[in-house]
Design a protein around this ligand. Structure first.
Ligand code: ATP
Ligand code: MG
Length: 554
C-alpha cells in the first residue's frame, strides 16, 4: 500500500527538493527496457511512474531501449514494447532512443577514464577476477595488472576494440577500491571483449560495455535528471555516482530506487512464462491468463484501469505483494459505466413460452447501460423460443433459489413475467427444454404492479441468436496452496481456462469490434478476443466476473 496516502510520495519529495535547490530546472525521466522479452504489469508500473512524473512536473519522458548486451536481445521485442508503451498512454513522442547508438560515446568515456588513471586493462580470467574480488567479510586483492601505465592501457584497450584479443582474454576495469565494503566498487569490469553481432550495430563492435557503466552514461547523454529503477540496484548506486562523477558530467543524473510490483496469483518470471509457452500450457506470451501487457490488453483490461490500479498501489521502498483482486476491482470499476450491457447466455438451455404466438417477434426497447444514458439504447428481439442459462432452472430448487423451477414465476429481464409449467429431459436426464407461460400484462416499463417476483433472469431469442465461444479464465496458479509445488514446478490451476463453445448472444453483438468490452448481464465483463474472434465465429474472453470480495481499503 502507498506509504503516502495523501500528499506526495518519496520520489516526488526528492524532485521537489531538487527543484527548490535549483539542482534541476526541468525533470527528465526515462523507461529503459532491455528488449529481451515482453513487458509485464511490473514494467507498466515503472512506465506509468516515469511518464507520470514527467507529466506532473511539465518535464520530459524518454523511451530508451537498453540494448547494450548483444546476446539476449531480439528486434521482435522492440515492436511489442513500443506497442505496449503506446497502449498504456505513456507518450514519448519523438524521444525514442537506443543505448547502442551511444557505443561511440561510451568508448570515449572509457578512454577518458583510462587517461585519468581511473581504469585499466586486466588479463585475469573471469574465475580469477572472482577469486580476487573477496567476499562480504573479506576484502579483495588488487589485480597484478592494476598498475599498468596509462599508455599501455590505452594501447591495449584500442587493441580490444580492434579485435586483437579473443573473448574473455581481457577486460577493462574501473580502478576504485578492492577493499570497499561494497563489492560492486571492487574494481568492477566495465568493458568486455565479445565477438558477437549486435542487432543494431552489426559487427562494428567486438567490445561491449557492462550495464553499470553504460546505464549512467545513457542517462547523462539524454539529460535524464531522475533515473528511477528498482531496489535491486540500490547497492549499485555508489558505482552509478562514481561513473557520473569521474566522467565529470555537468548536471549528473541521480538514481532513485523503488520496490518492484509483485502480484499474487500470477506468474511474472520470464523463465516460468517461457516454460508455459514452450510446453503449450498457454497460448503464447499474450495468453489472457498471463500478465504481460499484451495479455492484459487481450484479456480486456483497459489502460485507465491499469493506471488507476497503480495509483491505488502507490510507490514504496519496501517489498510487498499486491492482491490480484485489486487489479480486478479497478477494471470492474472502469468498465462499469463505459461498457454496454447486453444479454448473453453462456451455458444455454431452451425455454419455450407455450402461450406466445408462434412466429411473432416483438422488439423491446432496452437501455444499453442503466447507469449511463450516454450509451443509448437498442432493440432486443423477443419471441416464443428463447435460451436461458442452464443454472437459472432447477427441477428441485434448494432454499432461497428464486429463479425458475416448476410453478415458480420470474421476470425475463426487460420483458415479461413467465411461469414454469413443465420441462423435458433427454435419455441421460439432462433438461433440454423448459416450458413456461407468460403474462402479457407484466411487460417491463408498463407500470405493472399486480404482483411481485423474486427472481429476474436474462435470455436470448433463439431466432436471432449469434453463436459464440466464450473463454472463462481463472488465475493460472493456485496461490492458496502456493505458487510452486515441492519439486519447484508450477502449481497450476486446472480450471484456469474453461471453454464454452455453445454460447448464444443477442443480435446487438453483431456490431462488436475486436477488443471491445461488454457486460454480459448478470455474468461479468467480457471482450472480443483480438486474436481468434471472427465475424462468423465470435470468441469472447471473460475479463472479470461481476462480484468480488475485494474492497478498496482492505
Ligand atoms: P524482468 O526480469 O521481470 O523481466 P527486468 O528488470 O529484467 O524485468 P528490464 O527490461 O531490465 O526488465 O526493466 C526495465 C525497467 O522496468 C527497469 O527500470 C526495471 O527496474 C523495471 N521493472 C522491472 N520489473 C519491475 C516490477 N516488477 N515492478 C516495477 N518495475 C519493474
Ligand atoms: Mg533486466
Amino acid at each position: 500500500m502507498a506509504e503516502e496516502i495523501s500528499g506526495k510520495n518519496f520520489i516526488e519529495q526528492i524532485i521537489d527538493q531538487d527543484l527548490k535547490e535549483g539542482k534541476v530546472t526541468k525533470v527528465v525521466t526515462r523507461f529503459p527496457p532491455e528488449p529481451n522479452g515482453y513487458l509485464h504489469i511490473g514494467h507498466a508500473k515503472s512506465i506509468l511512474l516515469n511518464y507520470g512524473l514527467a507529466k506532473e512536473y511539465g518535464g520530459q519522458f524518454n523511451l530508451r531501449f537498453d540494448d547494450t548486451n548483444p546476446t539476449k536481445e531480439k528486434t521482435e521485442f522492440v515492436q511489442s514494447i513500443l506497442d505496449d508503451v503506446k497502449w498504456l498512454g505513456a507518450d514519448f513522442e519523438d524521444r525514442l532512443f537506443f543505448a547502442s547508438d551511444y557505443f561511440e560515446q561510451m568508448y570515449e568515456a572509457a578512454v577518458f577514464l583510462i587517461r585519468k588513471g581511473k581504469a585499466f586493462v586486466c588479463d585475469l580470467s573471469a574465475d580469477e577476477i572472482r577469486e580476487y574480488r573477496g567476499t562480504l567479510t573479506e576484502p579483495g586483492k588488487n589485480s597484478p595488472y592494476r598498475d599498468r601505465s596509462i599508455e599501455e592501457n590505452l594501447r591495449l584497450f584500442e587493441g580490444m576494440k580492434n579485435g586483437e584479443f579473443p573473448d574473455g582474454s581481457k577486460v577493462l576495469r574501473a580502478k576504485i577500491d578492492m577493499s570497499s565494503p561494497n563489492i560492486n566498487m571492487r574494481d568492477p569490469v566495465i568493458y568486455r571483449v565479445a565477438h558477437m553481432t549486435h542487432h543494431n550495430t552489426g559487427d562494428k563492435w567486438c567490445i561491449y560495455p557492462m550495464y553499470d557503466f553504460a546505464h549512467p552514461i545513457e542517462d547523462a547523454i539524454e539529460g535524464v535528471t531522475h533515473s528511477i529503477c528498482t531496489l535491486e540496484f540500490e547497492d549499485h548506486r555508489p558505482l552509478y555516482d562514481w561513473v557520473v562523477r569521474e566522467l565529470e558530467y555537468e548536471n549528473p543524473p541521480k538514481q532513485i530506487e523503488f520496490a518492484k510490483l509483485y502480484l499474487t496469483n500470477v506468474i511474472t518470471g520470464k523463465r516460468y512464462i517461457k516454460q508455459l509457452v514452450e510446453e503449450g500450457i498457454v497460448d503464447g506470451w499474450d495468453d489472457p491468463r498471463l500478465v504481460s501487457i499484451a495479455a492484459l490488453r487481450r484479456r480486456g483490461f483497459t489502460p485507465s484501469a491499469i493506471r488507476k490500479f497503480m495509483e491505488l498501489v502507490g510507490i514504496s521502498k519496501s517489498q510487498s505483494s499486491v492482491d490480484y483482486a485489486m487489479l480486478e476491482y479497478c477494471v470492474r470499476d472502469d468498465l462499469k459505466l463505459s461498457a454496454k450491457r447486453y444479454m448473453a447466455v453462456v451455458d444455454p438451455v431452451r425455454l419455450v413460452i407455450d402461450n406466445y404466438p408462434e412466429g411473432q417477434v416483438e422488439y423491446l426497447d432496452v437501455e444499453n447501460n442503466q447507469e449511463n444514458e450516454a450509451l443509448g439504447s437498442r432493440k432486443v428481439a423477443f419471441s416464443k423460443h428463447l435460451y436461458i442459462e442452464r443454472e437459472d432452472f432447477m427441477e428441485v430448487p434448494p432454499k432461497k433459489y428464486f429463479r425458475l423451477f416448476p410453478d415458480n414465476e420470474v421476470r425475463l429481464k426487460n420483458a415479461y413475467f413467465v411461469k414454469c409449467v413443465g420441462y423435458e429431459k433427454d435419455d441421460s436426464g439432462n433438461v433440454t427444454v423448459v416450458h413456461c407461460t407468460y403474462d402479457p400484462e407484466t411487460k417491463s416499463g408498463s407500470g405493472f404492479e399486480g404482483r411481485k417476483v423474486k427472481g429476474t433472469i436474462h435470455w436470448v431469442s433463439e431466432e436471432s441468436a449469434i453463436d459464440a465461444e466464450v473463454r472463462l479464465y481463472e488465475n493460472i496458479v493456485d496461490e492458496e496452496k502456493g505458487k510452486l509445488n515441492e519439486d519447484g514446478s508450477l502449481n497450476l490451476n486446472p480450471n484456469s481456462l474453461v471453454v464454452m463453445k455453445n454460447c448464444k448472444l443477442e443480435q446487438a453483438f453483431a456490431d462488436a469490434n475486436p477488443g471491445e468490452a461488454f457486460q454480459f448481464l448478470r455474468n461479468g465483463f467480457f471482450c472480443v478476443d483480438s486474436k481468434d474472434s471472427t465475424k462468423e465465429r465470435p470468441v469472447f474472453n471473460r475479463i472479470v466476473s461481476l462480484k468480488s470480495s475485494y474492497k478498496p481499503g482492505n
